[in-house]
Design a protein around this ligand. Structure first.
Ligand code: SF4
Ligand code: ZN
Length: 355
């Protein structure tokens, strides 16, 4: 016996909403999903009329639904935004090249222009080549740091006012848990913010902050959106995988766990007197950094010097090592064996998941 849509529209329900448990027909689900995102956007005043907004687009489900819904809401509610898709090509053969084909189709389907920036043109390295150097253990550290900066650089090139990303509620809850487990107070403090902006940077916001991943998948499925669903060939990062599995277990016991964790993250405050990193400008590339030289420049320096692992420790220590190494090796041909002579920090600080 079919169940009627709980809104009273008299159509048959086709799904049970993960967020509320309501039985809904397709049209009512589309409506509540879109209206919730609209509410998030307006309540947080994410945009002002005439904003030029870059949608970070990877071709995956989150960013594809984001592009679709940004266009839909912009038209429905006259936000007055000028939209552009901004993609980063990490140079991962068999993965990113295919997903970028999806974004190119989205460009046509949604009539939103597309700009692609690549690691190759920005850094002179592709992820394929980085993985050749570093292997499959810390590749996501390089990729995450470079991607964050590449998006900023692309946005600066386009002269946009704002960037939106497809991070959803599940992503944010996972990040809260990861930052607690790592004791990363600075990131814990800012990872639940719907807008992140520091002086000299283009503000980034997350219109899907309260949107469940399961509902994004349902929306994409019922709307028959064209997205790319294959995982990166260089493997998803293991640490986030554990946080994700933990959250999924919690959700089985308590359906509101995701929103509860986000709420907890929002309520954390750091007591006075705790020293937090201050944001400055990288003395090498001019991008925002809490160190004299940003992580992207440090990682790049390690790669270019043939010592990619040096970039994986604490930034200040790495700088010291590189400096000492330069002095020690003055006039000597660098070789891989030199790396062994350097006291590489044993604790590796993997922080690629920086929102
Ligand atoms: Fe980059 Fe790692 Fe994500 Fe692959 S899984 S795209 S290497 S961050
Ligand atoms: Zn830099």
């Amino acid at each position: 016996m079919p169940i009627e849509c709980s809104t009273g529209c008299h159509k048959n329900a086709v799904l049970k909403r993960p967020k509320t448990g309501d039985a809904l027909c397709k049209d009512c689900f589309f409506w509540v999903f879109e209206e919730e995102v609209h509410h998030t956007i307006t309540a947080a005043k994410l945009f002002t009329p005439d904003d030029y907004v870059a949608i970070a687009a990877s071709g995956g489900k989150d960013s594809t639904v984001l592009a679709y819904i940004m266009k839909l809401l912009n038209d429905r509610y006259n936000y007055g935004l000028k939209l552009v898709l901004l993609s980063v090509d990490e140079g991962i053969t068999g993965y990113r090249d295919d997903s970028l084909e999806t974004v190119k189709r989205n460009e046509q389907q949604y009539s939103i222009p597309l700009k692609i920036v690549s690691y190759d043109e920005l850094y002179g390295w592709t992820m394929d080549r980085i993985v050749e150097q570093i292997g499959l253990k810390n590749n996501c550290t390089f990729c995450g740091v470079f991607r964050r900066q590449a998006l900023d650089r692309g946005a600066t090139l386009l002269k946009v006012d704002k960037i939106v990303t497809g991070h959803n509620a599940d992503d944010i809850a996972e990040t809260v848990i990861m930052n607690i487990l790592r004791g990363d107070i600075a990131r814990l403090q800012r990872c639940t913010a719907i807008v992140t902006a520091s002086e000299g940077t283009i503000p980034r916001s997350k219109p899907f902050k309260y949107t469940y991943e399961k509902e994004i998948v349902m929306y994409a499925y019922f709307k028959k959106l064209d997205y790319f669903s294959t995982e990166c060939i260089y493997s998803p990062n293991a640490y986030r995988g554990y946080a994700r599995a933990f959250l999924k277990d919690l959700e089985k016991i308590r359906a509101t766990s995701i929103i509860d964790v986000i709420h907890s993250g929002e309520c954390f405050s750091v007591r006075d007197g705790v020293k937090l990193p201050t944001q400055g400008i990288c003395e090498q590339c001019g991008h925002v950094s809490s160190q004299p030289v940003c992580k992207a420049c440090v990682l790049l320096e390690g790669l270019n010097k043939g010592k990619p692992r040096l970039g994986l420790g604490k930034t200040s220590k790495i700088r010291e090592h590189l400096k000492r190494n330069d002095e020690n090796l003055a006039g000597v041909e660098a070789s891989d064996a030199d790396t062994d002579k350097i006291n590489i920090p044993k604790t590796i600080n993997i922080k690629q998941l920086d929102f």
